[in-house]
Design a protein. Structure first.
Length: 345
């Protein structure tokens, strides 16, 4: 696949900094619709929606949300990134993915994630000690369900169901499903074993810490005798301003109140999350840091280095972090499509 650039959202409802009130869910959905429409209009490749639960999110079911967004973004790939398979029935996920695929004309994708906060795992009755085993079992079942022909569903965590047949997505299993990874050997080897793409999430630290995992993934594809080259993606938080406006307002100054607490952890910001100091945050926005914050030229330089070093096929930029002003998120989408992507290509 040629290099792709897209946007991602986790659908947060961030509290107002003064009143503490949460924005209306309908308002947030309207904003997500506008972001998807803008991404489609400026030539970006992917619109991705993650999964979040509780009053702080509007995206408990990313596949359903993407189905609603599909008519507003008629061209881009629509990706659930990530869908937490640990707390979902694989039959239901396969059916929802197929529905999105039909409604969108074959543009559906899914990143299968093991994650989820401790609170979310408890909400769905999953113990942290069984989390990985459940995920691996359900990923196997999901891929079987998306493949042509009948499959027998059986496992430790579900009753047996023999001869299950579902219509596969138009794109085929390997092209439709990715596996999420926050940078662990087991997760990248799991993706390679199935011959599917791996979507890396980097939240803090140096992005080049992912190099060994990409190398392990590529080598494992060969070791497992997979017939595919596979695909490597990267999801990271970002805010882009034009080079003319990079100092007024300064991108780091605008991003800091929203990014400093919430980008180092998954999900909505929590009072328990340790916030970065301004110095730490500036380092994260630098050439080696995990955040994509700055003017167009700096962002292009950083993405080019990431793409070449990690052999990336896709980058997803999380553009609406923790109450970031909607006009700033829209401006990031516009600049990614009109200036950043053409420069990379």
């Amino acid at each position: 696949m040629s290099f792709q650039l897209g946007i991602a959202t986790w659908g947060e409802r961030a509290a107002h900094p003064v009143t503490g009130e949460l924005p209306d869910p309908r308002e947030r959905f309207a904003q997500l619709t506008e972001l998807a429409r803008a991404a489609d209009g400026v030539g970006l490749d992917v619109v991705a929606v993650g999964e979040g639960h509780g009053v702080e999110h509007i995206n408990p079911d990313p596949l359903q949300l993407l189905t609603a967004l599909s008519s507003h973004a008629p061209r881009v790939t629509l990706c659930a990134a990530a869908s937490v398979l640990t707390t979902a029935d694989p039959v239901r996920v396969a059916e929802q993915l197929r529905t999105l695929d039909m409604v969108s004309g074959g543009r559906a994708e899914l990143v299968a994630g093991q994650g989820g906060t401790v609170r979310d795992l408890r909400l769905f009755g999953v113990g942290p000690l069984e989390q990985e085993q459940i995920f691996e079992e359900r990923l196997d079942q999901l891929l079987d369900l998306l493949s042509p022909g009948p499959t027998d569903l059986a496992g430790v965590h579900r009753p047996e169901a023999a001869g299950v047949t579902l219509p596969p997505p138009a794109g085929g299993t390997r092209e439709t499903v990715w596996a999420a990874s926050s940078g662990s050997p087991r997760s990248v080897l799991r993706a390679a074993g199935h011959g599917i793409g791996v979507m890396l999430n980097v939240m803090e630290g140096r992005w080049d810490q992912l190099v060994p995992y990409v190398k392990a993934y590529r080598e494992a594809l060969h070791g497992f005798r997979q017939s595919t080259r596979g695909a490597v993606g990267l999801l990271l938080p970002g805010l882009v301003v034009s080079d003319d406006d990079a100092r007024s307002p300064d991108a780091l100054t605008l991003a800091y109140p929203h990014f400093a607490v919430s980008t180092r952890t998954f999900g909505a910001a929590s009072a328990d999350d340790p916030a970065w100091t301004p110095e730490e945050f500036r380092e994260q926005c630098g050439p080696e840091g995990a955040l994509l914050v700055g003017g167009v030229s700096d962002v292009v330089t950083k993405l080019r280095a990431m793409r070449e070093t990690l052999e990336l096929d896709r980058v997803l930029v999380r553009v609406d972090v923790n109450g970031l002003p909607h006009d700033a998120a829209l401006r990031t989408v516009e600049l990614l499509g009109r200036e950043v992507l053409p420069a990379l290509r």
